[in-house]
Design a protein around this ligand. Sequence first.
Ligand code: 5GP
Ligand code: ZN
Length: 110
Amino acid sequence: MCVFCKIIAGEIPSAKVYEDELCLAFRDINPQAKVHILVIPKEHIPSFSSITEKNADLIAHVLTVAATVAKQEGLASYRIVSNCGPDAGQTVEHLHFHILGGEKLSERMV
Ligand code: 5GP
Ligand code: ZN
């Protein structure tokens, strides 16, 4: 089981900020901004490149939750990131969207 599936299963504790039957949002263990939250589908989807028409409704829901969580956190400005593949810095092979905010972010994205 991957680390995020273990978090979903409750085998690894996490600081949850939102949960429903389809997705989970929790604080990143190694925050790279004052606010750093991960939003993930509960289904094990390996990466952004596994998004298809078949799971598009689920992904739309996950992104809608990301927008709601950002509002709940009081973020007026923020960045949504999904690293896809090792050269992009993906270290956990379970699709996740980073919400980064709470401070002025770097103008560089790479
Ligand atoms: P990636 O590098 O794949 O884009 O992002 C993976 C993120 O997951 C990293 O920012 C890392 O800090 C976070 N992460 C890895 N393991 C855990 C964990 O056990 N708990 C939490 N809350 N975050 C984790
Ligand atoms: Zn997983």
